[in-house]
Design a protein around this ligand. Sequence first.
Ligand code: ZN
Length: 427
Amino acid sequence: MKKIMLIFFVLLLCACHKKNENNYRVKTIIEENTNTIIAINYPITNIKKLNKKIQKYIDDTYNKFLKQYNEITFLNKKHELNIDYTYYSLDNEYISITLFKHISSSDKELILNEIVNYNYDINKKSLITFEEIVTSNEKLQIKDLIKNLLFEKYGNIIDLNKISNINYDNLKFGINSTSVSIYFESSEISNKYSDIMQIDIPLSHFSKLKDLIIEKKEIQLSIKPTINYIDISKPMIALTFDDGPSIYTEEILETLNTYHSNATFFVLGNKIEAHSGTIIKMYQYGNEIGNHSYNHRSLTKLSLEEQREQIEKTQDIIKKYTGFTPIYLRPTYGSVNSKLRNNTNLDIVLWNVDTKDWKYKDVNTIVNNTLRDVKDGSIVLMHDTHKRTSEAIKILIPKLIENGYQLVTVSELKEAQKIKNKIDETR
Ligand code: ZN
């Protein structure tokens, strides 16, 4: 067969790219157990004291959830724990972290929505309460504002007795560069609503925080991905990595690059900002980026609107940092139904070789199982959230190449298969 080269087109974006300064990383725990599924993403900051508090909350929540739902079998029910976060670092004065905990069961019944805030004053070296960001002169005005905003947004479901008992000194709140968000668990002010309630008050209402208002800087892109030459007469494999980017992703990118190989990374939207340098490098090196939802909720359990939100928020943030718009979705927990399929324009990509790198702690087991199972056209599932995966591919990639495989992206694999099919048809 004649050798045919495929050249993949390059996206050129002009102007310059500013270095991203992020002072945090995102840690991920994703597990599928007998009776539970768990996806936890939370920030690790450069402040030990703060990390310790957050870690304790995560550990306690995780252990309590497993004890409550994994040790007992509920009839055909799997329970899901999801923890997501927001992180804001404000002018070297405050770090504001909010954790959103969500527990539901496989029959879509919501069990618990909970919110925890960590507002850390960098100068005072301590967490602050809502009382501390409001001056005594502002107190009454802010109270009225909160009530008004609540009635405006949730008027018909608010319980008047409950709202008059709110403790304003201890509100749950988070600070971002434009506003102070105030959160209520619905039971605090309503009997009819199951979600978290949130209102946003512009920073200008808080004299202590006014100076934090900063203009949003636009990210400018100049990313040119490497062009890959692929020989479609030779066998090929698409390695895929889910649940990143993480602190291990950079090393995986370097290993791939050393062997002039590429892979596809199905990333989580809520980790991209913290690892923006990594995602840019990922794209620059010629790898493909795919969508793996925003915070790893079980997509098939969500409403159509929630599914679209999970997918689109992730598309937007990938595009924001790379200029690239993914065309593939890998559904969380590999679970897919026609409702999800019909609700997205993205092609759904599963896998046919599972390295089980989340399960096997031994690098050689991961390597040997993969070498045993792969063949031409395989799509291999791995996770760039484990050190051992990074170690495994250092052995695996050169062996695969030695065995005659090219390591390509999912797009390249599918494109090559299309061309091969055409050639076969015309013969
Ligand atoms: Zn996943």
